[in-house]
Design a protein. Structure first.
Length: 68
């Protein structure tokens, strides 16, 4: 039993490309880029964690797992 085919109501022209992205497909990478850029530009905010040994221990474990 053949499946019915759907035809386009407006045929596509050979030189046009129809790509539609959701709004977040551009917003999330742009937001991540800006956040990383701000971290690079303001290194004074990137201070070492010295008060809480649990956080330091967690970061050390993550680093060990990633480097294996």
């Amino acid at each position: 039993m053949p499946a019915p085919t759907h035809t386009r109501s407006h045929p596509a022209t050979p030189d046009s490309v129809d790509i539609r992205l959701p709004w977040w497909a551009l917003a999330l990478p742009a937001l991540a880029f800006v956040a990383l850029l701000l971290l690079i530009l303001n290194p004074a905010d990137a201070h070492a964690a010295g008060g809480d040994p649990a956080v330091t221990h967690l970061f050390e474990r993550v680093q060990q797992i990633v480097t294996r």
